[in-house]
Design a protein around this ligand. Structure first.
Ligand code: OSB
Ligand code: MG
Length: 369
């Protein structure tokens, strides 16, 4: 297939509720949607998961606009591609900027699957017909509000609860939740809010029978995490620290982590995400699919990826209605009984809603070969 046209749209969508982490709060979300077209007019869709501010990784919406428009699109446009695995090779002269690369690469995967009349899940080698779903709950104003939120999501059927923690909102927060929900699969995500100086406090979290603790230490660390893991019963799961298969290999060698949170954007695309999945499966290490508060297109890519067999724990792949009044795909992503049915139709299996997309668009760039 020849990549004949690329359209980059910048969207702004307001989330139903603000989402708070150890770094702050977001509610108005800006992000990029990518449309690639082949020589016959077939389209593939991707979404950049970079945020407006660089608190999660160094990328932002604005750096993604620059990288995509000025560097990555010129490497892709007019190229003949037989398989989407080739896209990361085309981009290999560009360091890092994984979210920008993934936005284009995932669009090429969708296009490839559509041309071959396969679902994206099938194209990736996915086997699950449905995937289990958990929910990630941001920091709340009070423990009682948090308990009420958790109860609400359990009532909706979500199969695993993840809560954000930060210094001062950790031990008592988790003690309260465990008391209220003794048997619920529960985990905590610190988004790098702690250091090894907090080791005694982090050891107290072992009392709460957590599934795992996500990224307690430095966003780029795999050495201190190994020290911490030796002291903890609770498995550590790395998120921010994992940017590639090589990072996974090194972290497992050091025993810094026992579980991997796979995010397509953070690792530079679906090909690398699948390589990480395959390697972890060989090593007997479970993975699960993280989330970046995506709109429907990013969400659809996550669902297809999660259909691979070593996605063992429920993902942060909640339904559209958890985030948006109106999503940008039809049908919207629906969670029923804590599961999402993996679409069987071609490509991502959801139709971009052009009316909604146009409504939310605040910038647009078109390129043709
Ligand atoms: O650390 O997993 C994270 C949201 C934004 C940035 C980072 C993270 C998160 C979440 C929510 O935990 C995931 C989601 O619901 O999409
Ligand atoms: Mg995380």
């Amino acid at each position: 297939m020849r990549i004949a046209e690329v359209t980059v749209r910048r969207l702004r969508m307001r989330m139903k509720e603000p989402f708070s982490t150890s770094f702050g709060t977001m509610q108005d979300k800006q992000f990029l949607v990518i449309e690639v077209q082949d020589e016959n007019g077939n389209c593939g869709w991707g979404e950049s998961v970079a945020f407006e501010a660089p608190w999660y990784t160094e990328e932002t919406v604005e750096t993604n606009v620059h990288m995509i428009n000025d560097f990555l699109v010129p490497l892709l446009l007019g190229k003949d591609i037989t398989h989407p695995d080739e896209v990361s090779m085309l981009f290999s002269s560009i360091r890092k900027n994984n979210m920008a690369k993934a936005a284009l690469e995932t669009a090429v995967w969708d296009l490839y699957a559509k041309r071959n009349r396969m679902s994206l899940a099938e194209a990736l080698g996915g086997t699950r017909k449905e995937i289990e779903v958990g929910i990630s709950i941001g920091l709340q104003a009070s423990f009682s509000e948090l308990v009420a939120k958790v109860q609400g999501y359990l009532d909706e059927g979500y199969r695993r609860i993840k809560v954000k923690i930060k210094p001062g909102f950790d031990v008592e927060l988790l003690r309260t939740l465990r008391a209220a929900f003794p048997d619920v699969p529960l985990m905590a995500d610190a988004n790098s809010a702690y250091s090894l100086d907090d080791i005694e406090l982090l050891k107290e979290l072992d009392a709460f029978n957590l599934l795992m603790i996500e990224q307690p230490l430095g966003h780029d660390d795999i050495v201190d995490h190994a020290v911490l893991q030796r002291e903890l019963k609770t498995p550590i799961c790395l998120d921010e620290s994992i940017l590639s298969l090589n990072d996974v290999r090194k972290a497992l060698t050091l025993r810094s982590t026992k579980v991997i949170n796979v995010k397509i954007g953070r690792v530079g695309g679906l090909s690398e995400a699948k390589r990480i999945h395959d390697y972890c499966m060989e090593q007997g290490v479970p993975v699960w699919c993280g989330g970046m508060l995506e709109a429907g297109i990013g969400r659809a890519h996550n669902i297809a990826l999660t259909s691979l067999p070593n996605f063992i724990y429920p993902g942060d792949t909640a339904g559209s209605s958890r985030y948006w009044e109106k999503d940008i795909i039809t049908p919207e992503v629906v969670v029923q009984d804590g599961v999402i049915a993996v679409p069987r139709s071609n490509g991502i299996g959801y139709e971009p809603d052009m009316h909604a997309i146009d409504n939310f668009t605040i910038g647009k760039w078109c390129f043709s070969a």
